[in-house]
Design a protein around this ligand. Structure first.
Ligand code: HEC
Length: 178
């Protein structure tokens, strides 16, 4: 393998690492918000409003926890929890917890409707080309060498349309010479 061929797999590994780390910290952020702003009133001791979330897993939303998460989402979106007289959590943190919750609820719902679990969304052809350009500074038109994107409801960035077929992976890898 030549030096340039070696660099690309390393870059790809870094991308994958960044993506997975981002996922972990999103879930950690949820835990941090709860610990700092919710557990005072919603742990096993307080259970204000008969509501306890200190045992709630922040890894993902399950069938059993979906209802609880929907309630949390509603309160966070309305800005009514923590209650008005309490210290406000940073807006940015609340926003990312709202985003995480929405996505985790959507994942749970698509699991339940038998859509084959949480979908791995790959970049579409243009996104992939742009990413490679940005990361590697190479300006080759990769887009047309890659498999066609499926369109789902007119959006070629939806996870549903961007299922990763083995063929797509192979084509992406061969374009990069990996
Ligand atoms: C100072 C105490 C306090 C804090 C802090 C607090 N809550 Fe509450 N929470 C309450 C009380 C009291 C109720 C019941 C009255 C109500 O629904 O407003 C409640 C109710 C709720 C409910 C509705 C439960 C149900 O079954 O309908 C949710 C959801 C909730 N809180 C989420 C949160 C979240 C998420 C946080 C942190 C971001 C939080 N709360 C922080 C006191 C608190």
């Amino acid at each position: 393998m030549s030096m340039t061929q070696l660099i690309i797999p390393v870059q790809l590994a870094v991308i994958l690492l960044v993506v997975s780390v981002t996922r972990v910290s999103a879930s950690e952020e949820v835990g941090r918000l709860f610990k700092g702003h919710c557990f005072d009133c919603h742990d096993d001791v307080s259970q204000e409003g008969n509501f306890q979330i200190d045992q709630l897993s922040t890894k993902s939303v399950t069938h059993d926890s979906a209802k609880t998460w929907s309630k949390i989402l509603r309160k966070l979106e309305a800005g009514t929890m923590p209650p008005p007289m309490q210290e406000r959590p940073p807006t940015k943190d609340v926003a990312s917890v709202i985003e995480w919750t929405k996505r985790a609820l959507a994942d749970e719902s698509s699991n339940r409707h038998g859509k084959g679990g949480s979908l791995t969304r790959r970049l579409n052809r243009l996104e992939y080309e742009n990413t490679v350009h940005d990361l590697l500074g190479v300006d080759v038109p990769l887009k047309n060498l890659l498999p066609e994107d499926d369109f789902q409801d007119g959006f070629n960035t939806s996870a549903e349309a961007l299922r990763v077929s083995p063929n797509a992976v192979n084509r992406m890898k061969s374009v990069l010479g990996v």
